[in-house]
Design a protein around this ligand. Structure first.
Ligand SMILES: Cc1cc2nc3c(=O)[nH]c(=O)nc-3n(C[C@H](O)[C@H](O)[C@H](O)COP(=O)(O)OP(=O)(O)OC[C@H]3O[C@@H](n4cnc5c(N)ncnc54)[C@H](O)[C@@H]3O)c2cc1C
Length: 494
């Protein structure tokens, strides 16, 4: 039986009126701010703004493609005049429904704000616009021997603004930390339309701290519910002198999990330590990725980097730990091309799942690494219980699981089963001392489970912060907390 409250905010929602029922004075007013060509309201033009990478759906009244901070100010003020909410949207790759405008309003598109505004290679800083694609940042600073460390598997598509809002992680965040560790300051527009700056926004400064409260830390991961980000100051990292990528095949998931624990227990923090299971390998092979071991129950992708001598010393140590845990084969990429091919497979894994069935829902539970084996067994049981294939492709090194439940949304009853199965997996993650999300946020997807990890007062304290930023709940309403949520009125001082 499922232990999950099978509620999901937007599934089964009737479509709101758009197009024919659109408010033409809203469209006109937005046109004055961003230019008529940058306002979309016809159904066929706004369809892609109704979805993200989750199963949620919502319908904006209009889409405004902003080109500057002052455009954002103008749109926020215009929406307020019409009593409408504003939902910022990066590339729509989010997996928890964050960019889905479930309460209508104006979707803010950032595809016109994709510039790198300045780079300060000596101080390892850059200032960028929020619509910039994650990978394009690294491409544009690689000539200085630098890169931007947070590397979600979606990095060829997702935006820096979306990364900031979700506090995105990635394969290399095991060693270098998630987005919050690489953002030093922000420019953003509050729900009132006022522009504020947080942290250290100027390049030419290596300061990592700023006077006052850490508002940058507070805004990173706030899922577009506190403010709309219009500039991001990022920390850049020097490219490592030497990199080695090892692909280890295992006959069982258990032995791959053991190897993960052994590497970390040996005091080694690889740059990346990723696991893919047999179903994922099968899907990748079908999608045309060659060279993956067809008979492995799981593979680990382990990357070690640093100064050449250190790496040369570490690689044999890692290889020996992998073999001792039961690896049946180890291949170390010898060329940049081989390495890129391995990462292309890892980063293409979710897309490849379409080879099995058309839809997937990806869970984002975090667990203590020591419970990996046990939780993966539960994932297998859940798969059997609901008769749904579940592929595992995840950041094993930091215990951030991504069980991908594969299904066909056209089959009646499948979506409900998927939601229940996902809930059961997350329940197990919480029961072993883990939590609901490692990097994809709460959005719509996980709000029904918040009480599993927070008390009423915890939620109330979080909500008080939301009200401090956005008292009228105009920015991305209905995310993290249901819109109907009202906090415990006051935290009493004993
Ligand atoms: C194939 C695939 C692989 C993925 N792999 C990873 C991974 O390895 N690690 C990881 O962390 N995530 C991963 N994701 C999830 C997703 O890519 C990230 O959450 C990413 O950060 C979302 O960026 P986006 O530009 O698509 O944001 P969107 O989906 O457009 O929006 C996400 C949230 O950001 C808010 N937002 C966007 N722009 C702004 C702004 N300017 N100001 C304020 N709020 C804003 C939105 O309101 C929304 O709440 C993956 C997704 C896919 C589809």
């Amino acid at each position: 039986m499922s232990s999950t409250p099978a509620t999901h905010p937007s599934v089964g929602m009737p479509p709101r009126m758009t197009g024919a029922g659109v408010n033409s004075s809203l469209v006109q007013a937005l046109g004055v701010v961003v230019g008529d060509a940058n306002v979309h309201w016809r159904r066929e033009m706004i369809r892609s703004y109704e979805y993200d990478g989750s199963i949620d759906v919502g319908h904006p009244d209009a889409v405004a493609l902003v080109g500057s901070c002052s455009d954002v100010v103008g749109v926020i003020r215009t929406a307020a005049r019409f009593g409408l909410p504003v939902v910022a949207r990066g590339s729509g790759t989010g997996l928890s429904g964050g960019a889905v405008p479930t309460e209508g309003g104006v979707a803010l598109g950032f595809s016109r704000m994709r510039k790198v505004l300045s780079v300060d290679p000596e101080n390892l800083r850059a200032i960028v616009e929020p619509g910039l694609i994650n990978l394009d940042l690294t491409k544009s600073v690689s000539k200085y021997g630098l890169y931007f460390a947070p590397d979600p598997s979606s990095q060829a598509a997702c935006s820096i603004g979306g990364n900031v809002a979700e506090n995105a992680g990635g394969a290399h965040c095991l060693a270098y930390g998630v987005t919050t560790n690489h953002v030093t300051g922000l420019e953003c527009v509050l729900a009132s339309g006022e522009v504020v700056h947080t942290g250290t926004l100027g390049t030419g400064s290596q300061a990592v701290d700023a006077p006052g409260y850490d508002l940058t830390g507070c805004l990173v991961g706030s899922e577009g519910t506190f403010a709309v980000v219009t500039q991001v100051a990022v920390r850049l990292m020097p490219t490592a002198e030497a990199v080695r990528t090892i692909l280890a095949s295992f006959p069982t998931i258990d032995s791959a999990s053991q190897a993960t624990s052994d590497i970390i227990a040996a005091g080694i923090i690889p740059a990346a330590l990723e696991m893919m299971d047999a179903l994922t390998i099968q899907a990748l092979t079908r999608a045309g990725h060659t060279g993956l071991p067809a008979d492995a129950a799981a593979v680990l992708l382990v990357e070690v980097e640093g100064v050449r001598e250190g790496v040369d010393e570490l690689v044999p140590h890692v290889e020996s730990l992998l073999l001792t845990a039961g690896a049946s084969e180890i291949r170390t990429a010898r060329t940049a091309d081989e390495r890129n091919r391995l990462w292309k497979a890892r980063k293409g894994a979710l897309g490849a799942l379409g080879q099995i069935k058309p839809n997937y829902v990806l869970q984002d539970g975090v667990i203590p690494r020591t419970r990996l084996l046990e939780v993966l067994r539960t994932v297998a049981e859940v798969s059997e219980r609901y008769n749904l294939p579940i592929a595992n492709v995840f950041h094993a090194g930091d215990g951030n699981l991504h069980p991908c439940i594969i299904f066909d949304a056209r089959v009646p009853g499948e979506v409900e089963k998927v939601i229940a199965a996902g809930g059961d997996i997350l329940r197990k993650c919480v029961d072993v001392g883990g939590t609901l999300s490692g990097e994809h946020g709460i959005g719509l997807e996980k709000q029904a489970y918040l009480t599993w990890v927070m008390s009423d007062l915890d939620i109330s304290a979080q909500h008080a912060l939301k009200y401090a930023f956005d008292p009228d709940v105009r920015l991305n309403p209905g995310k993290i907390f249901p819109h109907s949520y009202r906090p415990v009125p006051q935290i009493q001082v004993a």
